[in-house]
Design a protein around this ligand. Structure first.
Ligand SMILES: Nc1ncnc2c1ncn2[C@@H]1O[C@H](COP(=O)(O)OP(=O)(O)OP(=O)(O)O)[C@@H](O)[C@H]1O
Ligand SMILES: [Mg+2]
Length: 366
């Protein structure tokens, strides 16, 4: 088992694209680490650079403390599963799984033992003689994983391994993958552009944009306290409300005026009159009942969307649309007037210009 240390890493393609642009990253031994970001942000390039399939232009990659930056892929102790699985179509499942061992000239008897054992771990018994074309998408994915595991790398790199599966299979495969990674305890970097998948699977998440790291943290931190508006926009199944605001009173609990009223913010050292962007997740807003004395937003319900047990209600607050989630039975009817409140610890203030989280805000109470 081994950690991965990345320092000042840049990968520049011959056409001048800086696909990875100055990254520092530490993946701990045994960690399940997710790389998340929009299409083209450099996720695949970063994985390929760790694996040695692309050459680093600047910086270093260390695996298990050894500098592997200039080492060829086969000597890095890395196993990679590609987005399209890259199974060999003319080989059966058993031959596919043990191909890395064959390359290393491991004896046939040993290879067939590994094939049987790994196939058992991944519920592929009975399929060993089949060709990839005779398997379902989920089974092909497991064969690709089995091949990676059988190669006994110190590090597993997975490039969107679930993206070819339909929604239902994807959920099953996700649970399966998480359990497998726990059982094996192998350091895993998992690329996805699906933020729900990253939140569900990872010990920690790195959010990338344009080859750079925008935030690194636990799923909870990245969800509850995005460190900039880029991450705030990107994470969450319902997007965070980002409202233009102005700090009107500064104390332990500041008050920020926003379209439709005001909100409390547990922010210190943001001066009164500062122009900010106010971030509040729909999940942390509440439709108030009865009289409200503190800061609140007032508006009219535009539309309500069914999310299952919850509804996402869109409220027009002085011309700005604000989303709030409510339990389905509490769904207000379109056209009705509502008052929205939020706990001060859930209201985040961002610099209007840079989009960075402002000041030292106390962590929300869990
Ligand atoms: N071989 C290449 N030569 C030149 N530019 C490339 C090459 N491969 C990728 N790029 C560019 O590098 C950037 C990063 O690409 P990369 O494939 O790493 O993104 P990604 O985050 O994996 O995207 P996706 O989510 O779409 O898979 C993009 O701008 C892409 O156009
Ligand atoms: Mg990619």
């Amino acid at each position: 088992m081994a950690g991965i240390d990345i320092e000042g890493l840049a990968t520049v393609y011959p056409n001048g694209v800086r696909a990875v642009d100055g990254l520092d990253l530490h993946v701990a031994d045994g960690e399940f680490f997710a790389l998340l970001g929009p299409s083209g942000c450099g996720k695949t390039t970063l994985l390929r650079t760790i694996a040695g399939l692309e050459a680093a232009t600047e910086g270093t990659v260390r695996i298990d403390s050894a500098d592997v930056t200039r080492l060829e892929p086969g000597k890095r102790g890395v196993a990679m599963v590609f987005q399209d699985y890259a199974l060999f179509p003319h080989m059966n499942v058993s031959e596919n799984i043990t191909y890395p061992l064959k390359v290393r000239r491991v004896a046939p008897a040993t290879r067939s033992g590994v094939a049987t054992r790994t196939a058992g771990e991944l519920s592929l018994q009975g399929l060993l003689e089949r060709k990839p074309a005779q398997l379902s998408g989920g089974q092909q994915q497991r064969v690709a994983l089995a091949r990676a595991i059988a190669s006994e790398g110190k590090v597993l790199l997975l490039d969107e391994p679930l993206s070819n599966l339909d929604a239902r299979l994807r959920l099953e495969a996700r649970t399966f993958l998480k359990k497998l990674q726990r059982d094996l305890g192998i350091t895993t970097v998992f690329v996805t552009h699906d933020q729900a998948e990253a939140l569900a699977l990872a010990d920690r998440i790195a959010v990338m944009d344009s080859g750079k790291l925008r935030q690194l943290g636990s799923p909870r931190e990245v969800f509850a306290r995005p460190s900039n508006t880029f991450v705030a926009n990107f994470i969450g199944s319902t997007p965070m409300n980002l409202l233009p605001g102005k700090v009107t009173s500064e104390s332990d609990i500041s008050v920020v005026s926003v379209p439709g009223g005001s909100l409390p913010a547990a922010t210190v050292s943001v001066p009164a009159d500062a122009e900010v962007t106010v971030g509040i997740r729909p999940e942390y807003l509440t439709v108030a009942s009865g009289d409200i004395s503190g800061p609140a937003l007032r508006g009219g319900v535009v539309v309500a969307e069914n999310l299952g047990t919850q509804s996402l209600v869109t409220v027009d607050c002085d011309g700005t649309l604000v989303g709030v989630t409510v339990p389905e039975e509490a769904e207000p009817s379109p056209g009705s007037a509502v008052v929205l409140t939020a706990p001060a610890t859930r209201v985040l203030l961002y610099d209007r210009e840079s989009g960075e989280l402002l000041a030292r805000q106390p962590a929300p109470v869990a």
